[in-house]
Design a protein around this ligand. Structure first.
Ligand code: ZN
Ligand code: ZN
Length: 226
């Protein structure tokens, strides 16, 4: 397979577009500018380049979408990102792995990607619980945190990709142990205050809805009584 090296900027756009398309969120310039942290004119210029190079189609009526070529390239960068996260977790810790992997993912060759995948035994999700491309079904049954009733005992499963971008938030969640695999009890939900309170390891954790919307969980299955 021959492939010309894609610029880091384009790869960053591709992976964000992949997440937006997967979640049925429209790809619009203002949203990209906000998520990538650049100006609207910069986004417009980059989108034009991406359309010219065949990664996306842009149409007034149907909107902006990844082409088959764009989708393949996006899946590749997402896989490299997530495998790099697993590589770095033991060294850097859970909350710091995303931003480092984000810088390193572009340098991961197809050969290294295959070696990592093999060594990590084909993970289906990243350390934050987000699905590798092709493993979306693994997370499909996980429910938004805000959908659980007060009193529910749950297992935290996933912190959405769009929340991974916020390093301060990830550091907070790590300190409070709001991480995949942890058991939590929902102790309070105050809609007028837009807060939900969990108890993890006997410690209360108060989350605003704006953060909680990025967290997914499953009902906790108690071990069978012997
Ligand atoms: Zn990440
Ligand atoms: Zn991740």
């Amino acid at each position: 397979m021959t492939s010309t090296k894609i610029s880091e900027t384009i790869e960053d756009y591709l992976s964000i577009m992949l997440v937006l398309e997967r979640d049925h969120e429209p790809i619009v310039g203002a949203r990209l500018a906000e998520l990538i942290g650049v100006s609207a004119p910069t986004v417009t210029n980059t989108l034009k380049r991406m359309a010219r190079d065949g990664y996306i189609t842009m149409d007034e009526k149907s909107g902006t979408h990844l082409t088959a070529k764009g989708l393949e390239a996006a899946k590749s960068v997402m896989r490299r990102h997530m495998l790099t996260e697993w590589l770095l977790v033991p060294m850097l810790g859970w909350s710091k792995t995303h931003s480092q992997a984000h810088s390193m993912e572009h340098a991961v060759s197809a050969e290294l990607e295959a070696a990592l995948n093999n060594d990590l035994e084909n993970p289906s999700v990243c350390p934050h619980g987000n699905p590798l491309p092709g493993f979306e079904h693994v997370v499909a049954e996980w429910q938004p945190l805000l959908s659980f009733a007060v009193g529910s005992v749950i297992t935290i499963r996933r912190i959405h990709e769009l929340a991974e971008q916020n390093a301060d938030l990830l550091a907070f969640l790590e300190t409070k142990q709001v991480m995949p695999g942890r058991t939590a009890v929902i102790t309070e939900n105050i809609p007028f205050n837009q807060t939900i309170t969990l108890e993890i390891n006997h410690q209360p954790v108060i989350l605003g809805y704006s953060v909680a919307q990025y967290i997914y969980a499953t009902p906790h299955i108690l071990p069978e009584a012997v």
